[in-house]
Design a protein around this ligand. Structure first.
Ligand SMILES: [Zn+2]
Length: 205
């Protein structure tokens, strides 16, 4: 094997996904795939891939894996990984949740968080909804870890998320069908950011 060949397998550490092993396969020409194996993510790339291509593919595949997990088997662990990814992409990594979990006791709120503890809870009613909707609720709660209320600064944080209006419209439609109050109805435990309360239980609306 020529010395210019890159090793057939390397392991890197990704802040969101943990251990990521990149395996190069001579049998692979153009296809790239990824899977979870023993708690690490394995990305298979063609042996001849350049370092730049490899980096780009790995990033792409990691994003796809996180999306797939959240849809198929939305474990709390997968949620936390997804949260880290969304925070990185849209909030410059400023939101660092300590836990993200599904809860069964939130019938009227899609999500809630406790900024002082960095905890986020999502209603299990979101399970099975399109990923851009779950992402929106997750991102919404993440943004509250940075800005507690629903003021201008809060919405400015979310402005980079292209599916914002579509996701809100979807949730409005679900609420409307269920005969629930309109989404702009102030929730009793929403606080104004000017209160300076950092322990507000905030929710999606
Ligand atoms: Zn909110």
């Amino acid at each position: 094997m020529p010395s210019s060949r890159r090793p057939s397998s390397t392991v890197r550490h990704d802040p969101v996904h943990g251990q990521v092993e990149v395996r190069r396969s001579a049998r692979r020409r153009r296809t790239i795939s990824a899977r979870r194996e023993d708690g690490r993510t394995v990305v298979l790339v063609p042996a001849g891939a350049s370092a730049a291509d490899e980096d780009r593919w790995v990033t792409q595949m990691l994003g796809r894996i996180a999306t797939r997990e959240i849809r198929r088997r939305p474990s709390d662990e997968a949620l936390l990984r997804r949260a880290a990814e969304l925070s990185e992409r849209y909030l410059g990594g400023r939101a660092r949740p300590t836990s993200v979990r599904w809860v069964t006791n939130q019938r009227r709120r899609w999500g809630s968080c406790t900024p002082s503890e960095g905890t986020i809870r999502l209603s299990d009613r979101l399970q099975g909804m399109p990923e851009h909707v779950v992402d929106y609720v997750l991102l919404h709660e993440l943004a509250h870890l940075v800005v507690p209320g629903h003021g201008h600064r809060f919405w400015a944080l979310l402005s980079g998320y292209g599916e914002l209006e579509r996701a809100r419209g979807f949730l409005e439609g679900v609420s409307w069908r269920a005969g629930e109050p309109p989404p702009d109805h102030p929730e009793e435990d929403d606080r104004d950011p000017s209160d300076g309360v950092d322990d507000a239980q905030v929710s999606v609306r």
